[in-house]
Every structure is written in structure tokens, then in C-alpha cells.
Design a binder for this molecule. Structure first.
Ligand code: ARG
Length: 463
């Protein structure tokens, strides 16, 4: 048990209490950020004349040594310390002696942990954004490749109108694009530095908070010390944005699971991204897509958990907030891992164009276009809808599709039909005539793809 605060106590902490209270088993994850924060803090203390230059240099050297030794494995972060802050400080004192005892001047673990968590989260947010960007470029490749791959579009999971695979994937492109937008917004709001807020009420030392904020890459210092040490909004926002990312990936995963099923066979997942069954030799299961779908619950859970932890907490710091870490780390790791795997899975899956196109041909996905044909020949839409309904019924009875009907059969139901009806309801026409922006027609899709390429060149606020 190595603690920073024994002075006013007359008894040792109970071992169970110590274990219950300690956070080192998980906050060791941000040792780098803790050291980076301390570096900025001592540079500022020396600049303000609170530490001498020699003391500053000794501390900086000591911190470098700790970081290097942790990295090369010669220094292990053990549970003999209460938290990562105690670990670094105790090690520093062991290394450089009395100067090390000055590191914590004008600082509290409350502003320290607020800073560490923000720095860590900021790094993770940027890394997750990078993963999303890579996923988007992969999706854009697929969109370019499948601009002419026809497939049925669904509503209620019933065939509705024909689209292309590029158009379908494009819908997910929009979702992940919005996800990146949310990450950018969160970054802009969170990028203010809490260091220098002390335990809750600032300090009496002449700290230069602007200076540490700039050294640590923030846009400025936070403006209220009570809020600074107790704000976890940015984590809640991030967990909410990550939940949305997972929701999007789980929807896409669900579609891939359906497309990969024996009944659909629209795609075939690569062997490297599938798993087998221990009993059924024929099986090739889409476990990655299922796990991505499944892990969505875990990320939602983190969001609900932190919201609940923060509910009703009085100002300022309360130990409850230590609970922000494990769930946030887990959610960030989960999302990063899921995006990378998901990207690998979609980029290697085999697309069965023939199966998709055949499926689009059957199931009357061109019924709306047949009605539009009548409208273009002067029939009011509501009447046209009724006529085509009768055509569909006729086809269902005969077990054929609309384009397999003879012209005589068409004309028996409505004399408005002419020979050009076959062209008007061909799969190609149905898709390619839809050229308003956002629609699946080739011309519209090409314009969108050009725009998305430009979008991928745009910079995020930290770039
Ligand atoms: N481990 C603590 C946390 O994660 C660090 C802050 C401790 N502050 C305190 N006053 N005990 O929140």
C-alpha cells in the first residue's frame, strides 16, 4: 500500500478498502498522458518562478526515465500504488529525490485525473476517427466498383424498388460521415484544459493556465475550476457518438448476415472472416458481423452506465467519477476493434452480382415504374396504381414477372400500354432513370461519389 496521503491518519487502511478504492489496475492505461501533463505542469511552474530551472530539468529527466522504463518493460506498474498519479510521483522521488516532491505543487489529483482522462479520450477520439475514415474510403471503393450492380431495395424487408449496391453502401457512407462529424463537434467542445483547477477552487500559486493549455494542445483553459474537475460531459458525448457508430455498424452487419444467408446468397464472406461449426461440417458462419452487432449492446451499456453514475452528483469531485474509466476504455477499444474488423470483412466479401440482379428482377420491384409509365401516358396516379395492382395479381396467378407478360395481356388490363412498356420497366431503366441527386441512377451516383471524394480530403478540427 503506497499512498500519497497518510499524514492525518492514525490507522492503516483496511486491505479490502484499499483494493476497493484503488484505480491503478485500469488507470495505468494513461501513464503516458499522466506524464505529459506533469511535464507541462513543471515547465509552467518554472516559468512562473515557482520551481527553479534545475528542479524543472531534474523532474523532466526523471519523467523521461519513468516513461522510457515503463515502455521498455524494465519498470512495471504494480498494484502496490493506489493510482497512476501516485505511481509516477513515488517513482520520481525515488529517482531524483527532493525535487520530485515538488512536482505536485499547485495541483490536485482532481485536476490531474480530469486532464489525463481528457488527453486519453482526445487521443482515442482521433484514432477512432482515423478508423472511420479508412472504413469510408473502403466503402467509396466499393461504391465505385458497384455503380452498375443492380439489387432490390427493401422496405419492411420486402422487395420494393430496384437500386444498386453502390447506392445501398452509399447510405452507410452517409451514416459514418455523420459519425465523424459528431467526433469533430465533440473535439471542439472538449478541447479546453482543466489543469490548474486544483482540487476544486483553483490555487493561490500564480499559475499560467494559458501556457499549460497551449503546451498540451488545447484551445485554452477551462473557465470554472469546479466544473473542470467534475465535468465528464465529453465522455458522455463520446459514448453517445460511439453508440451511434455501433448502431450503424450493427445495421450493416445485420444486412450482411442476411445477404450471406443460404436463402439470399447476395454475398459470400471470405473464409478469413468466417468461422465454422464444431458439429456441422457444412457451416460457414458470419461470426464477425454477429459479434459487431452483439458488441453494440456493450457500448450502449457504457453510455447508460456513465449517465447513471453522473446523475445527481453534487459539485465538485466525487469518487463516483472514478467509475468513468473502465467502461470508457472498454467502449473505445471495442469500437476501434469493431471498425477495423468490419472494414476487413466488407472489403474481402465476394459480391454475387448475378444473385442480386436476379432477385431485383423478381418480386415486382418495377411495379412503381409500370405505374409511372401509365401516368406519363395521362392516367391519374391513383388509377395507374390500381391497374398495376391487377397486373401483379395476374402475374402472381401465372407465376411470371411483369416483363414476361405479353403485350396482349398488358393491353387486356389497360389499352394504354404499348410496345415501349418493356423498355420502361426494364431493370436498367428503373434504376438509371432515377437521376435526381441522392437517387441510385448512374449519373446521380457519379456526382455523389465525386462529392464524397472531396469530403474525404476535408480536415477535422485537430488536423
Ligand atoms: N483515481 C481517481 C479517479 O479516477 C483519481 C482522483 C482522486 N482524487 C481524490 N480526491 N481521491 O477519479
Amino acid at each position: 500500500m503506497a499512498q500519497l496521503w497518510g499524514g492525518r491518519f492514525t490507522k492503516e487502511t483496511d486491505q479490502l478498502v484499499y483494493n476497493f478504492n484503488a484505480s491503478i489496475s485500469f488507470d495505468k492505461k494513461f501513464y503516458k498522458q499522466d506524464i505529459a501533463g506533469s511535464r507541462a505542469h513543471v515547465k509552467m511552474l518554472a516559468k512562473q518562478g515557482i520551481l527553479t530551472e534545475e528542479e524543472r530539468d531534474a523532474i523532466l529527466q526523471g519523467l523521461d526515465g519513468i516513461e522510457r522504463d515503463v515502455e521498455n518493460g524494465t519498470l512495471e506498474i504494480t498494484s502496490e500504488y493506489e493510482d497512476i498519479h501516485s505511481f509516477v510521483e513515488a517513482n520520481l522521488i525515488q529517482r531524483i529525490g527532493d525535487a520530485g516532491k515538488k512536482l505536485h505543487t499547485g495541483r490536485s489529483r482532481n485536476d490531474q485525473v480530469a486532464l489525463d482522462m481528457k488527453l486519453y479520450t482526445r487521443d482515442e477520439l482521433i484514432a477512432i476517427d482515423g478508423e472511420l475514415k479508412e472504413l469510408l474510403s473502403e466503402l467509396l471503393n466499393l461504391m465505385e466498383e458497384h455503380i452498375g450492380t443492380y439489387m432490390p431495395g427493401f422496405t419492411h424487408l420486402q422487395k420494393a424498388q430496384p437500386i444498386t449496391l453502390a447506392h445501398h453502401i452509399g447510405a452507410y457512407f452517409e451514416m459514418f460521415k455523420r459519425d465523424r462529424g459528431r467526433l469533430g463537434d465533440i473535439y471542439r467542445r472538449m478541447n479546453y484544459c482543466p489543469l490548474g483547477s486544483g482540487a476544486l477552487a483553483g490555487t493561490t500559486y500564480p499559475l499560467d493556465r494559458e501556457y499549460t493549455a497551449i503546451l498540451l494542445g488545447f484551445d485554452g483553459p477551462t473557465l470554472n475550476s469546479m466544473d473542470s474537475v467534475s465535468d465528464r460531459d465529453y465522455l458522455i458525448e463520446l459514448l453517445s457518438a460511439l453508440s451511434t457508430v455501433m448502431m450503424h455498424m450493427s445495421r450493416f452487419s445485420e444486412e450482411i448476415i442476411i445477404w450471406n444467408s443460404n436463402e439470399y446468397q447476395f454475398v459470400e464472406l471470405d473464409d478469413a472472416y468466417s468461422t465454422g461449426s464444431s458439429i456441422m461440417p457444412q457451416k460457414k458462419n458470419p461470426d464477425i458481423a454477429e459479434l459487431v452487432r452483439g458488441k453494440t449492446g456493450r457500448v450502449y451499456g457504457a453510455l447508460m452506465s456513465l449517465l447513471t453514475t453522473m446523475k445527481g452528483l453534487p459539485l465538485a469531485y466525487n469518487k463516483d467519477m472514478q467509475e468513468d474509466k473502465e467502461l470508457s476504455f472498454d467502449a473505445m477499444d471495442t469500437v476501434k476493434g469493431c471498425i477495423a474488423l468490419f472494414r476487413g470483412m466488407v472489403s474481402t466479401m465476394r459480391v454475387r452480382k448475378d444473385r442480386m440482379e436476379n432477385s431485383a428482377k423478381n418480386g415486382f420491384t418495377n411495379a412503381t415504374d409500370a405505374a409511372d409509365y401509365l401516368v406519363n401516358h395521362g392516367v391519374p396516379f391513383r388509377d395507374a396504381h390500381g391497374i398495376v395492382g391487377r397486373l401483379v395479381l395476374h402475374c402472381l396467378e401465372k407465376g411470371i414477372s411483369l416483363d414476361e407478360m405479353s403485350l396482349a395481356e398488358f393491353r387486356e388490363i389497360s389499352p394504354v400500354f404499348e410496345e415501349d412498356i418493356y423498355d420502361a420497366i426494364s431493370l436498367k431503366t428503373c434504376v438509371e432513370k432515377r437521376t435526381t441527386i441522392g437517387a441510385p441512377g448512374k449519373a446521380a451516383m457519379e456526382a455523389v461519389i465525386r462529392q464524397e471524394k472531396q469530403y474525404l480530403e476535408e480536415k477535422q478540427p485537430w488536423e
